[in-house]
Design a binder for this molecule. Structure first.
Ligand code: ANZ
Ligand code: ZN
Length: 865
């Protein structure tokens, strides 16, 4: 009598059993001698308070890998923790008066309870939150080690300043020149901030990323572009003329940077003869000194500062500029002089913050030249074009060609001209070849409360004093007020006032905290060991890292740089410096969207389909079913994992997340899909439940038993391989076929041994996907212990080798049919079988068979006259 599988009863029972057996605790290297290690890590979540389907998919994937590795005999580290600092906690504090710490830890509790219901094989004993003082204290110690090593430093830099909220904004928080919260016009300000010297690793980060074979190509390219290595030259332009007031100031003081040559960075020294102006960034020192005396220049600087600091914003803004009244000499022709402008499209933080404009071959320069009526001289002639036919109107020519209008460079190709121009510049001391990176040092101080306090103290006598190690962690105060804009740490009545650790005089704490990206730049090392470099060396690198592609650049780059910095201060024994040997970026979870006639978005639970169209259940009104989009709160197309788990069980949710699409692609959540997965779970259960009680006989030797055994052993092998290759959907497809084959064999009778073997193997192969159901099936057939601790079923080699082959049969090269024969059948017998095919016989009877060609394993071709 078949029973139904009841996930509500079974799932909690198995999770308790796993916990009681302490199954997922990480074993030390000594406890697992000889076993290879596997560190499986999913990007740790931000504790927003609720799990979403994207989490379910991400963590289900990691769990498949972790459970599979465990079954294959690996020593597995599969930890979980919380990326717990950040703005949402402060916003909750501001909007609802809730303490950020309490809010965060309550969210962690709620989410952890949800996580636990998913049946993930996690080692919770290594759990931490980045807002735990133990964690951020260790981070402060790391900061100080970096500081000592010169990997962290302080400097003034430009920031986006919101004058209403009194706070620094990230580039992403500036929208059309305005603060995202206040709507105020953003200004640029100089602020002294802490920087991490990521550029020290630029070259290594670039070289090594190319070697990460188990990373998606796309992510490697994005990292390489972000690092942005370019080769070119610095060119020094001698000053020919300066405005009266600058010349005078220079004469008085004896020396003045106004008369120093202007340095520009270029990737195209081959186009130097096409230069028609020099342009400086608005905050270039020379622009600034001229602005002090020239109101038009001062006004221009103000106007330019409104655009914000992001490259994108600067790119999109209309070209602005002002003539500075300075002229410089051309390095290759001192008799020729060029005007010096300041232009808003020149970035102060790239190259030397100054360029030479070559309008014919650079679009921005051309736009600028047309606007301000500056000359346009083409110097690169496109292939197969006559010089007299070549004209540049409003489109710069950036392609290859031969240099012309360029004196000693004439006739050379772009590359050759670049090399020759650089050697001339070097010989005459007007410049030098150089390599430049787009990558900037990472400014990582934030004027925020809910982050890791930067452990330094400012003393009027001693300057910047690191907090002594024994005084770490520098704890966040808990009694903070959020009633004013700006940084609550700065407003706190007492927190920042301390005595200098060196001289004892009254001093002031740094009130900036670290960017939350710092917290996630080294957590993988903390999971591997609290502090032991040897234990970290054993586990690292992470063998399989899994997460969203939105972290392709920053998080992964910062982590790669931090691993190197930790190595360089002796915190990590990681020769290559790469923390993540394998990376997988999963697709998103999508859902149809629904919109009522009045424009309201409706939740999937609020609509139903009637007579083939959608209506809102509450009102009966017609509803438009719209695009399939990433689940998001704004479009209300989310499905709550809790509800799904309560109705169908965690196994079904996990299964569906992995079954329909390749893991790197988006998967569309559908009600019918989930129901289908639920039915399939029952089908699997019925296979186990239709067997009599254990023990079972050994599998039979008869043909039907052998057929079934072949299906099982081949499936186990195929699933094994599919999991290794991150093709979870194909593994699942194989399970479907296997179950169908088993169903057909279900009739009671002498297949019992083969069926019992099949269910036993199936339970083990199912474990990574539906661990609870797998346990129930395993228990039902009398399996030893817990299936979560059972080894992967080894496929019997004799059963998985194909012993027949299928050959196409052709007559005079035309395909007429096929035959399936034993693999080792001799050529004569193969020929005979081919000729005997009814589809073939018609074409050869009565004809003269000239010859028969057998291509082993593939084709039989019969040639007739
Ligand atoms: C002259 C020139 C002629 C340029 C030409 C390009 C084409 P990448 O490849 O990104 O390194 N540049 C240099 N510093 C800049 C700054 N601070 N702000 C804005 N633009 C700057 O780009 C290097 C090129 O970008 C440089 O080569 C320079 O323009 C410009 F036909 O110099 B080029
Ligand atoms: Zn002092």
């Amino acid at each position: 009598m078949a029973t139904r599988y009841d996930p509500q009863a079974a799932e909690p029972r198995w999770r308790d059993a796993w916990a009681a057996a302490d199954l997922f605790r990480t074993r030390s290297p000594a406890e697992a001698p000889g076993a290879p290690k596997a560190y499986v890590l999913e990007m740790f979540p931000y504790p927003s308070g609720r799990l979403h389907m994207g989490h379910v998919r991400n963590y289900a994937m990691g769990d498949v890998v972790a459970r599979h590795r465990r079954a294959k005999g690996y020593n597995v580290l599969h930890p979980m923790g919380w990326d717990a600092f950040g703005l949402p906690a402060e916003n909750a504090a501001m909007e609802r008066g809730i303490d950020p710490g309490k809010w965060t830890y309550a969210n962690i509790d709620a989410m952890k309870a949800q996580f636990k219901k998913l049946g993930l094989s996690l080692d919770w004993s290594r759990e931490f939150a980045t807002c735990d003082p133990e964690y951020y204290g260790a981070q402060q110690a790391l900061f100080l080690k970096f500081l000592e090593k010169g990997l962290v430093y302080r400097k003034a830099s430009k920031v986006n300043w919101d004058p209403v909220d009194n706070t620094v904004l990230a580039n992403e928080q500036v929208i059309d020149g305005r603060g995202w919260r206040s709507g105020a016009l953003v200004e640029q300000r100089d602020l002294t901030q802490w920087f991490f010297k990521i550029t020290a690793y630029a070259d290594d980060l670039l070289t090594e990323v190319q070697k990460l074979e188990r990373w998606p190509e796309k992510v490697r390219t994005m990292q390489a572009n972000w690092i942005g290595k370019s080769e070119g030259a610095l060119v020094w332009w001698d000053i020919a003329e300066v405005p009266e007031f600058l010349a005078a100031a220079g004469a008085e003081s004896g020396r003045n940077h106004a008369t120093d040559p202007i340095e520009v960075y270029t990737t195209r020294p081959d186009t130097l003869f096409g230069a028609s102006f020099i342009a400086l960034a608005p905050d270039h020192p020379l622009t600034r000194s001229i602005a002090a005396q020239n109101p038009a220049v001062a006004a221009f600087i103000m106007e330019a500062s409104r655009i914000g600091t992001s490259e994108e914003a600067i790119e999109k803004a209309p070209k602005l500029g002002v003539d500075l009244g300075v002229r410089v000499r051309h390095p290759f022709d001192p008799s020729c002089t060029l005007p010096v402008w300041s232009a808003n499209f020149v970035l102060s933080s790239y190259g030397s913050g100054a360029i030479f404009g070559c309008p014919a071959h650079d679009q921005r320069d051309l736009d600028f030249a047309r606007k301000f009526a500056l000359p346009v001289t083409p110097v690169v002639l496109p292939p197969d074009t006559a010089a007299e036919d070549f004209r540049v109107d409003d489109k710069a020519y950036t392609g290859p060609g031969r240099i012309f209008n360029s004196g000693f460079l004439d006739g050379l190709a772009v590359d050759e001209a670049n090399r020759l121009a650089i050697s001339k510049l070097e010989a005459s001391e007007h410049g030098q070849g150089t390599v430049n990176y787009r990558l900037r040092d990472w400014g990582f101080s934030r004027q925020r409360y809910w982050g890791c306090p930067i452990p330094v103290i400012y003393c009027e006598v001693c300057g910047v004093v690191p907090v002594p190690a024994k005084m770490l962690p520098v704890r966040l105060p808990e009694d903070v007020a959020f009633d004013k804009p700006g940084n609550p740490l700065d407003h706190h009545p007492t927190w920042k006032h301390v005595n200098c650790p060196t001289c004892g005089k009254p001093a002031r704490r740094e009130t900036d905290t670290l960017d939350t990206f710092v917290d996630s730049s080294w957590y993988y090392a903390r999971f591997a060991s609290i502090s032991d470099p040897a234990e970290r060396a054993y586990w690292l690198p992470v063998d399989q890292y899994i997460g969203g592609v939105e972290h392709a650049v920053l998080h992964l780059l910062y982590s790669r740089a931090f691993a190197r910095a930790m190595r360089d201060v002796g915190e990590l024994d990681l020769p290559v410096g790469e923390p993540f040997a394998g990376l997988f970026t999963q697709g998103m979870v999508t859902h149809e969207t629904y919109r009522a006639g009045d424009g309201r978005w409706l939740e999937p639970g609020a609509v139903e389909k009637r007579d083939n169209h959608w209506i809102e259940t509450a009102t009966g009104e017609h509803v438009e079913a719209g695009a399939i989009e990433k689940m998001s709160k704004s479009k209300k197309n989310t499905v709550d994992p809790d509800g799904i788990v309560a109705t169908y069980g965690a196994d079904v949710a996990r299964w569906f997340m992995l079954s329909d699409s390749p893991p790197e692609r988006d998967v569309e959540w559908t009600q019918s899909g989930v129901e289908g997965a639920g039915r399939f779970a029952q089908r699997i259960w019925s296979l186990a439940d239709s067997l009599p009680a254990a023990p079972y006989p050994a599998p039979g030797e008869d043909a039907a038993s052998l057929d079934l055994r072949r299906v099982s052993h081949r499936a186990a092998k195929a699933i094994d391989k599919a999991i290794d290759e991150f093709r979870f959907n194909s593994a699942i497809a194989t399970i479907y076929e296997w179950v169908n084959a088993l169903k057909k064999a279900e009739a009671p009778g002498d297949l019992l041994g083969a069926r019992a073997e099949a269910v036993s193997m199936l339970a083990r192969c199912l474990t990574p996907f539906m661990p609870h159901l797998a346990e129930s099936a395993w228990e039902r057939i009398g399996g030893q212990g817990l299936v979560s601790a059972a080894p992967w079923p080894e496929a019997d080699a004799a059963l998985i080798t194909e012993d027949t082959v299928t050959l196409a049969v052709q007559v005079n090269g035309k395909r007429r049919g096929e035959i399936t024969v034993a693999k080792d059948l001799g050529n004569e017998a193969v020929e005979a079988a081919a000729r005997a095919l009814p589809e073939v016989a018609g074409f050869i009877t009565g004809k003269d068979v000239k010859k028969t060609i057998v291509v082993p394993g593939r084709i039989v071709n019969i040639v007739v006259a």
